[in-house]
Design a protein around this ligand. Structure first.
Ligand code: CA
Length: 231
């Protein structure tokens, strides 16, 4: 982990848990922000860009899953770790679908929680640097020379497809909404729509021979896409 203090956001309606988590992570050397409702958590998450969010699922007002979906749609890429109470009926797959990274069940051990937080932060940190080249499965790509090899065959991508692939690779493991892709890859060109994103993804998948069941460009239902090649 870098020496810079990491910023955590805790979204939890139960005061006692919120406060004990806040104290614990303060003591561990983190900057800690806390919110008691989903709506407040969403606003803080987008404004403060914490390095990680601990997100309770059962919240008054906005449900934890909706908070996560909204965070992803509005371009928050950091890890989200869901907190769930024992016996609560939660669909974990939905949690991953809306862009969550991990789950911890209450009551939890603070040391175990901290270990999970550290693991997610390490993973997020590794994803940050922008490489000139990347390789996964039987594919290698050089973003500077535009050289792309798919199963040993030189393959051509359009400039936009290459840019899209580069953004996906740079943010691998993160859920990217169509809106974020439009904003970052197309800079909200007047004549493109989210359909353009889907078309380009389709072309990329075809050229990279990305097929189910082990797709490396995964569709995240209701949100967008996630690149998992090489992870
Ligand atoms: Ca709760």
């Amino acid at each position: 982990m870098s020496k810079q203090k990491k910023k955590l956001l805790i979204v939890e309606d139960e005061r006692q848990i919120r406060e004990s988590l806040t104290d614990f992570f303060h003591l561990q050397g983190y900057d800690v922000l806390a919110a008691a409702t989903g709506d407040e958590g969403l606003v803080m998450g987008l404004a403060e860009k914490p390095d990680l969010i601990l997100l309770d699922i059962m919240l008054p007002g906005m449900h934890g899953y909706d908070v996560c979906r909204n965070l992803r749609e509005d371009g928050y890429f950091g890890p989200v770790l869901f907190l769930t109470a024992k016996g609560e009926e939660v669909d974990k797959l939905t949690g991953f679908d809306v862009g969550g990274d991990d789950y911890v069940t209450k009551p939890f051990s603070l040391l175990e929680l901290h270990a999970r937080v550290r693991a997610l932060l390490r993973r997020a940190e590794k994803e940050e640097p922008e490489e000139d080249a990347y390789a996964w499965a039987d594919i290698s790509v050089n973003f500077t020379t535009y050289d792309l090899q798919v199963n040993g065959v030189a393959t051509r991508l359009s400039a936009k497809e290459m840019e899209l692939l580069r953004f996906l690779v740079k943010h691998r493991g993160q859920v990217l909404s169509r809106e974020v892709l439009l904003d970052k890859v197309w800079n909200y060109d007047a004549d493109v729509s989210t359909r353009t994103v889907d078309t380009h993804i389709l072309n990329l998948r075809r050229k990279l021979t990305d097929k189910p069941p082990n797709r490396f460009i995964q569709t995240v239902h209701g949100v967008g896409y996630k690149f998992v090649g090489g992870l």
